[in-house]
Design a protein around this ligand. Structure first.
Ligand code: THG
Length: 292
């Protein structure tokens, strides 16, 4: 499991201003902390970066590479900024992300070949968000075909089915898990990733880790290759590293519809079982799902 740390983000209350002021300190502290916490990749998200995006991306990449040798995942919708980042990166970069809109494909697929990068293929088509697992499969096949035409091998493509918040749409939450179980058949050799924290967007902050951890286990069951995560969630990192086999087993059994006697479980076990039930749609989600 490859963990991509999500926190170097222009949306962050501390790092956003640091990026705009070209103040390296907070960004380097964050990069070191993410590396220390066990990240395999660091995501650098500078947003749309319409004006001066190339300068900004180049500066952030240099700033981060001064303190860590970890590979970077570069996130911006500005292709000029993306290329500036790719030129600057010392290691093989991951382009985050390339969706299926024709203009995005045209601008960004050539960068994958030119810089021998890896890419996250975001399953977002001309008609927007796919509605279910089957539409995700069709988009994945399409993306792999178009990348292949550009000489990009399947091993370089990390498919992202787009996780959406449980507080918004349970069917999309289920569809991502179902899609993950189908990916190996529809796009053999492809890798996969998911923005795990999306699932808990809109949920009270102290409850987010329960959803993130449980959903990670559910997706890993079907071979999830990597995830963009809050790397400071130590229990989440333990799960990814295979250090919580009993909890993983309990989650699998709950996914299969087993209904253990909650009175016989520890509090932590009960929390995982209840969280599986909301993530599979068996129970209705509300902010008080752990209490019911
Ligand atoms: N797929 C791909 N890339 C992605 C996503 C995805 N990148 C962005 C996002 N989704 C994943 N990254 C984050 C980063 C931060 C948060 C959620 C997802 C987040 N941050 C806190 C908040 O907003 O409350 C704290 C922000 C802060 O530091 O101030 O939730 O799906 N390919």
């Amino acid at each position: 499991m490859n963990l991509i740390a999500e926190s170097i983000n222009i949306m962050s209350k501390t790092l956003g201003p640091a990026m705009r002021e070209r103040n390296p300190g907070p960004i380097q502290e964050m990069a070191k902390a993410e590396a220390e916490a066990g990240a395999d990749y660091l995501d650098i998200n500078i947003g749309p970066a319409r004006r001066g995006g190339d300068e900004l991306m180049k500066w952030v990449v240099k700033t981060v590479e001064e303190v860590t040798g970890l590979p970077l995942s570069l996130d911006t919708t500005n292709p000029v900024a993306m290329e500036a980042g790719l030129k600057t990166c010392k290691t093989k970069a991951l382009i985050n992300s390339i969706s299926l809109q024709p203009d995005r494909l045209e601008a960004e697929l050539p960068l994958v070949s030119k810089y021998n990068a890896d890419m996250i293929g975001l399953l977002w088509g001309t008609e927007g968000m796919p509605r279910d697992a089957n539409e995700r499969c069709m988009l994945a096949v399409d993306l792999v075909y178009k990348a292949g035409e550009m000489g990009i091998p399947v091993e370089s493509i990390w498919i992202d089915p787009i996780a959406s918040p449980i507080s918004v749409e349970i069917n999309q939450v289920k569809a991502c898990v179902e899609f993950m179980s189908m990916l190996g058949d529809v796009a053999p050799g492809c890798k996969s990733t998911v923005g795990l924290s999306n699932i808990s967007n809109g949920t009270p902050a102290h409850l987010r880790p329960y959803l993130n951890r449980t959903y990670l286990i559910m997706l890993m069951r079907y071979g999830l290759y990597s995830a963009i995560v809050d790397i400071f969630d130590t229990e989440l990192v333990k799960i990814a590293r295979g250090e919580m086999p009993e909890i993983v087993d309990l989650v699998y059994r709950a996914m299969d519809g087993e209904r253990p006697d909650l009175k016989l479980l520890s509090q932590k076990e009960v929390e995982y079982v209840k969280t599986v039930r909301v993530l599979t749609g068996e129970s209705l989600y509300s902010h008080s799902w752990l209490k019911i």
